[in-house]
Write a protein that binds this ligand. Sequence first.
Ligand SMILES: [Mg+2]
Length: 370
Amino acid sequence: MKIKDIRASLHTTSIEIPLIEGKVAGYGREEQKLFVFCEVETDEGIVGCGLTGHFLAHSVVAALEKHFLPVVKDMDPRDVEAIHQRVFKTLNPRAMTGTVSMALSCLDIALWDIQGKQANRTVAQLLGGNKTRAPAYVTFGFPQYDRDQLAEAARLHVENGFRALKTVVGVDKGGWREDAARVRAIREAVGDGIDIMMDANYLFSPVEAKLLCRAVEDCHITWFEEPLYQNDARALADLRRATGIPLAAGQMEGHRWRLRELVEHQAVDILQPNCTYCGGYTETRKVAHLAQIYNLPIANGGGWPLFNMHSMAGLMNGWLVEWHLGMVSVGETIFVDPPSPENGTLSIPDAPGLGLTIDRDGLKTTRVAS
Ligand SMILES: [Mg+2]
């Protein structure tokens, strides 16, 4: 089997947020307006698809079609080690991240979709088939909510079966004190039996992060995700020693050497390789195995649950899938009847590969010029 073509396209969407009137542009925070979709065609007629997120999205489309295709054309899509090696040697000899990592992620996801369709196995099975299901947490705590809406939305998701909830912090007026009050409002709304995570998306200084940790120590937070500027591994390790709250990070790191930094510095309790950013399933598998050696779980941060569910179910240290409402809405637009969690658990579809069927109309209506 040979790779014959890569077609990449740029897309945007708008979403509805529970309790907020009207539609919100993009699928999450302010900068999350664009995503990249690709299809890889083989000479045997099997086509696989991949996706990556929003950073420098125009450049990712161009990279896939103009730079990646000439390098991987006519290679066997199942030879993922050979493909990654050639991409690194030819396009990324200095192991940069960013656009090149996102393009490789998008391509690699499509390669595993092809492999699964050819072998009649799901990607979760190809990764090792640890489980057929994965628990999910809902990322619901949008900054648009006031405290009362946040509490009401939290109760709503618990009523819908979720046992774990994540909210953003670091984006509200009022600094860490307001964040602490918002987290406390969620805990009071849902009681003690529900997991609560908070995610700062790199927005705190070490001092602010320590103050917030101290203020919510009694709220029994399951993890604090990406608290610090630049995911600074040394500073994360220092924060980890100063707080009892488990730390999680790694969702946007572009390859295994960046994720290794977090492990080597003992900076995290939970490692978060995301297949749409770190180099696809090929790289996620390596990072998951590294994490296994250090007895660390991996969990999904950075969203895109329909892709990361395979890593969480397939690998033995896979844990929670992130049911990110904005990215879920994207999945419902571009795929026909994608899976959704029941009682907080997501079942991997039986269909081979990613198990997803493209909705051509949805893909067309979300497309923008690249
Ligand atoms: Mg995150």
